[in-house]
Ligand binder design. Sequence first.
Ligand code: SF4
Length: 409
Amino acid sequence: MEFTQSFPRRETKQIMVGDVPVGGGAPITVQSMTVTKTADHEATLQQIYALAAAGCDIVRCTCNEPEAAEGLARIVPRSPVPIVADIHHQYRRALEALEAGVHCLRLNPGNIRKPEHIKLVAREAKDRNVPIRIGVNGGSLHPDLYTKYGGKVTPEAMVESALDEIRYFDDVGFDLIKISVKASSVPLMIEAYRQLAEVTDHPLHLGVTEAGPPPIGTLKATAGMATLLAEGIGDTIRYSLTADPVEEARAGRQLLETLGLRDRKNIDLISCPSCGRAEVDVVTIANDAMAAFGEREIPLQVAVMGCVVNGPGEARDADLGIAAGNKRGHLFVKGQNVMVVPEDEMVDTLVEWAEFIHEHGADAALERAVNTKDAAKRAAAEDRDRNLNDRGDDANNAEAVIAEIRRGH
Ligand code: SF4
């Protein structure tokens, strides 16, 4: 039996970003941001479609100039997902974005500071039933708070910034709110979100800001967001990577699927790290398999294993897998050998059987193998015995190395 852990989630209010619920027990959503000029609505829409295809639920576009607001007016009716307008410095852009029909605003309390401006935007958003994200950013904190906390960005200062903004919203009876307290420092953002979660029940948008390019950026963002998600904190997430935003959407989706917080959409490819027993270049086969599956929506776990000695056993919980033998691949379904294929057909065979299982189920796949499975089992046993004979129990030659080390003493 596969062990699955579900993380109890913090109870939050629910808001609707267009037709996508955020908070209140709704599935955690993935967000990303376009990098095109919003005024160039065709290019922006193209990117929004690519993001939606990669698993993005909500997309943010900058609204930094009047032309961007005009672009939003053309983008919103054609977008497959709800659109958030990102506003900095100029409250007028927020009003224009609302006019353009956006489904949510993001305001930075650090750079839209006049209470009358904040309240005016909140009133307009309230009239249209449009939520606002209070997007506190460690790098652009309100100068007064910065001074108050000794010239340092602290979790307390970030939380205070969010609470100050909520008070302005309260004054006009607006509470369609989600909040983020992002920082580029992972320990800082973790602590800020923890403190925020203690004092509010508004839904939270998680992120490590300016995380950098992958893979280190992905790692940083994952460290911050996964820690919080495992504590039940977070209702929507964004990876801020210096990369094609499609990478952000994919990473977001994968993180949630990995934590069991969203249903699997694509292949979950597991593969062994390879070792001295491997009969094939596992890295190449695994990468080829990833590329061959691409964006196909096949929610199965598929294994690529370097040898038939340990591969099928270690990957017995996978829906489907292939283990390398002597210049051939041993295909197995739910741990049972079903077929043997030449090495250069391993990847194509995996894809074909994954599609079959996705369509007809694992039982039908085992049924399909009724005439090949006995021979497949025998062939696997042959290759297993040969591997053990050739390489023995010490496939990585550890004993020989140890003997060498001892000789050196
Ligand atoms: S023993 Fe086989 S399955 Fe395990 S790491 Fe080595 S090659 Fe891969």
